[in-house]
Design a protein around this ligand. Structure first.
Ligand SMILES: Nc1ncnc2c1ncn2[C@@H]1O[C@H](COP(=O)(O)OP(=O)(O)O)[C@@H](O)[C@H]1O
Ligand SMILES: O=C(CO)[C@@H](O)[C@H](O)COP(=O)(O)O
Length: 588
C-alpha cells in the first residue's frame, strides 16, 4: 500500500545553489534535490552564483535564475519519486539581506500562473529590477555611513536594530537603490527579501517578511518589535514612510503561523496537496540554527560560501562587531551571529594555489589538509619562533571592514620584559603551503575573539574551563573536512567536542523542513525546542568529528588571539599596507 504519512519540505536558496529536502514527522530525510547555479542554470552569465560590477563593488544575482531553479528542483524531487500529495507543510530559507523588487504586473502574474508554463517564462517581467543585490555586495559604504550616523553612532544603531550598518543590509541597499535606480524604485510595488520572495512563489501572492530575517535590514527596532520610523524615513527619503511601509508589508510575530495554502499552480503542475501550508520562510542562518534543538552555550559554525558562527541566546547584547536577530521560532530568544564574506572561496583560492599532485586524487582538499595538519600551530616550529598570522580576503571583508587583499605578518608576543613586535616580512614563510594552516587559524581565531563575551557561562563555571562553547556543531559544505574540524576544536575549544550534523543534506534546508514539521504538528503553546527536542536523536543525527577542548593548545592559541587583534589594528590603520586581491608580498 502506498505510504500516505505526512512529509514536510524545506528549501535553501543560498548563494550557489537551491536545495530542497523532504522530511517525515520523525525528522528523517526522505528526499533531496539540488540545483547548482553555475553547473545547472542556463542563460545567465554568473560565477559562483553571482554577477559582479567591480567598478562599483556591486555583487548581484539574476532573479529569473532562481525561478528556473525552483521549477527544476521540484521536477527533480518528483523524478526521485516524491508524492507531493503527502506534503502537509513547507518552509524555506534565503541568503540573508538580498532584496527583490516586484512590479504591479508581477503581483498579478503571481496570482494567475498557468500550470502548463514554467515560473521563469511567466514571471520574467514581474520585477521592476531584474537583479537582487547579493550579501557579498560592498557598494553601499556611503549609505552605511549615513545609517550609522542617523541614530547617533554605530553603537546606537546596533542597540536599536541588532547590527551596525553593513554594506549588505537591506536598509542601506534600498537607500542606494532608490537614488541610483529612481525609475525602477518608483515602479516597485513590493519589496521582498530573498526568503520572502521564495515564500511568495509558493504562496501565489507576496508573502510577509519573517520576524527573524527582518533584523538583517538595519530598519527593524528589535526590542520595540516594529520598524524604526527614523530609519524607514531615511531609506524612503521622506518623512512620509507610508509608501515604503506598504512596499515592505506587515511583519507577523509568529514564525510558525501559516500564511495559507500552497498556490494552485503547484497543486495542478506538481500534484501538491491543496491543504499544504506555507510556513514563514526565514534567513539561511536563522534556519540553520533550527536544524537541531540547539541549547544555550552550544555553537554552530556554518562553513558555506560565507562563514557564520551562530548561537541561540536569551541575552540581547548588541555590539557593532556582532549581529543579533530575533530567534526564528521562539519569542524571548535571540540568534547571535558573526558573519564573514571570505569563507569557502578564500579557502578554495589557497587550495588551488597548491601543486596539483594530490595525496588522495579523489579528494581535492587532500594536499591542503596535509599542510594544514602538518604545519605547527601558528606556524611556530619552536616555542621562541615568531608567529605567522595572515588575513586572506579575496573580497572586501565584513569584520574587520577592510578592502580586499592578502595581509601576511610575523608577530612576536609580548613578554614580561619586552613589548610585542609585528613585522610584514614574510621571509620565514614557506609559500603557498604555510597559507593552508594560516587561513584556517585566522578565520577561527576571529570567531574566538568575537564570541568571547557570548560564550562566557554564568558563574560559577561548572567545568572551570575558560570561556568556550559547550558543543560545536559544524554545518555547510566544509563541515566534511577533517582538518577544519580538528583546528576548530583546537582553537574554539568545545567542552563536549566538535560534531557534524549527520542527517544528510543541508542544515539550512533541514532547519526549514523541521520548522514546517513544528508549525503544522505543534500542540497549543508547544515550542520548537520542545517538539523537535522530543523527536531528536543526537546519537543518530550527529557525529563527533574532533575532540574539542585541549588545555595546552587552547592556551597556546591565546597568543594567536592577541596577535590577531594587533594584526587587525594594523590592517585597519592601513598605513604600511598595500592592497591587492591575491598572492604574496602585498603587505608593506
Ligand atoms: N571537503 C571540503 N573541504 C573544504 N571545503 C569544502 C569541502 N566540500 C565543500 N567545500 C566548500 O563548501 C562550499 C559550499 O558550501 P555550501 O554550504 O553548499 O555553500 P552555500 O550554502 O553558501 O551555497 C564551497 O565553497 C566549497 O569550497
Ligand atoms: O550575509 C550573510 C549573513 O549575514 C550570509 O551568511 C548570507 O546569508 C549567505 O550565506 P551562504 O550563501 O554562504 O549560505
Amino acid at each position: 500500500m502506498a505510504d500516505s504519512s505526512p512529509l514536510y519540505l524545506g528549501f535553501d536558496l543560498s548563494t550557489q545553489q537551491l536545495k530542497g529536502i523532504a522530511v517525515t514527522s520523525d525528522l528523517r530525510v526522505s528526499y533531496e534535490a539540488v540545483f547548482d547555479f553555475d553547473a545547472d542554470a542556463s542563460g545567465f552569465d554568473i560565477t559562483k552564483g553571482v554577477m559582479t560590477n567591480e567598478a562599483e563593488r556591486e555583487v548581484f544575482a539574476p532573479v529569473a535564475m532562481w525561478l528556473q531553479a525552483v521549477d527544476t528542483v521540484l521536477q527533480s524531487l518528483k523524478s526521485k519519486g516524491i508524492d507531493f500529495g503527502r506534503v502537509m507543510g513547507l518552509s524555506g530559507a534565503g541568503q540573508q539581506h538580498g532584496s527583490v523588487y516586484w512590479n504591479k504586473e508581477g503581483e498579478y502574474a503571481l496570482k494567475n500562473l498557468d500550470k502548463d508554463q514554467t515560473l521563469q517564462s511567466q514571471l520574467d517581467g514581474a520585477f521592476s529590477y531584474p537583479y537582487s543585490p547579493n550579501w557579498q555586495d560592498a557598494s553601499t559604504q556611503e549609505q552605511c555611513d549615513i545609517f550609522d550616523r542617523h541614530l547617533g553612532d554605530e553603537a546606537q544603531l546596533a542597540i536599536n536594530t541588532g547590527s551596525k550598518a553593513h554594506h549588505r543590509f537591506t536598509g542601506p541597499q534600498i537607500l542606494r537603490f532608490r537614488t541610483k535606480h529612481a525609475e525602477e524604485y518608483r515602479k516597485t510595488s513590493r519589496i521582498s527579501l530573498v526568503s520572502s520572495f521564495l515564500a511568495s512563489i509558493f504562496l501565489g501572492r507576496i508573502a510577509p517578511i519573517d520576524i527573524s530575517d527582518v533584523c538583517g535590514m538595519n530598519l527593524w527596532d528589535v526590542q520595540a518589535g516594529k520598524y524604526n520610523e527614523k530609519l524607514l524615513a531615511l531609506a524612503a527619503g521622506t518623512s512620509d514612510t507610508s509608501h515604503l511601509r506598504s512596499k515592505l508589508g506587515d511583519i507577523p510575530e509568529d514564525g510558525g503561523g501559516s500564511f495559507g495554502e500552497v498556490s494552485p499552480y503547484f497543486v495542478q503542475r506538481f500534484g501538491f496537496n491543496s491543504s499544504c501550508k506555507i510556513i514563514p520562510f526565514t534567513g539561511d542562518n536563522p534556519s540553520t540554527i533550527l536544524a537541531l534543538p540547539l541549547r544555550p552555550l552550544d555553537a554552530m559554525v556554518s562553513l558555506g560560501t560565507s562563514t557564520t558562527f551562530l548561537m541561540s541566546t536569551p541575552h540581547y547584547k548588541p555590539d557593532p562587531a556582532v549581529h543579533f536577530f530575533n530567534h526564528p521560532t521562539t519569542p524571548g530568544l535571540y540568534m547571535f551571529m558573526l558573519c564573514y564574506k571570505n569563507g569557502g572561496l578564500a579557502r578554495e583560492q589557497i587550495r588551488d594555489s597548491l601543486p596539483s599532485n594530490l595525496p588522495d586524487p579523489s579528494d581535492p582538499w587532500s594536499l591542503f589538509n596535509h599542510h594544514a595538519t602538518h604545519t605547527p600551530p601558528l606556524g611556530c616550529p619552536t616555542p621562541i619562533s615568531p608567529l605567522k598570522l595572515a588575513l586572506y580576503f579575496p573580497r572586501p571583508e565584513i569584520v574587520p571592514n577592510v578592502p580586499a587583499g592578502t595581509y601576511r605578518f610575523t608577530y612576536t608576543p609580548r613578554t614580561p620584559t619586552t613589548p610585542p613586535s609585528l613585522s610584514t616580512t614574510t621571509s620565514s614563510w614557506s609559500l603557498p603551503q604555510d597559507d593552508c594552516r594560516a587561513i584556517l587559524e585566522s578565520q577561527l581565531l576571529s570567531l574566538r575573539l568575537r564570541s568571547r563575551n557570548i560564550v562566557a557561562p554564568p558563574h560559577p563555571n561548572p567545568h572551570s574551563l575558560p570561556p568556550q562553547p559547550r558543543r560545536i556543531y559544524l554545518v555547510g559544505g566544509a563541515a566534511q573536512n577533517p582538518a577544519i574540524a580538528k583546528l576548530a576544536g583546537e582553537i574554539l575549544g568545545g567542552a563536549e567536542g566538535v560534531y557534524r550534523l549527520d542527517v544528510g543534506g543541508n542544515a539550512c534546508a533541514l532547519g526549514s523542513a523541521y520548522k514546517a514539521v513544528w508549525a503544522v504538528e505543534r500542540g497549543p503553546g508547544e515550542s520548537f525546542e520542545s517538539l523537535i527536542g522530543e523527536r531528536w536523536r543526537e546519537e543518530e543525527f550527529t557525529k563527533k568529528v574532533a575532540e574539542g577542548y585541549d588545555e595546552e593548545l587552547y592556551r597556546e592559541y591565546e597568543k594567536g588571539v592577541e596577535a590577531l587583534e594587533v594584526v587587525e589594528e594594523e590592517v585597519l590603520r592601513g598605513e604600511r599596507v598595500e592592497v591587492g586581491t591575491s598572492g604574496a608580498g602585498q603587505v608593506g
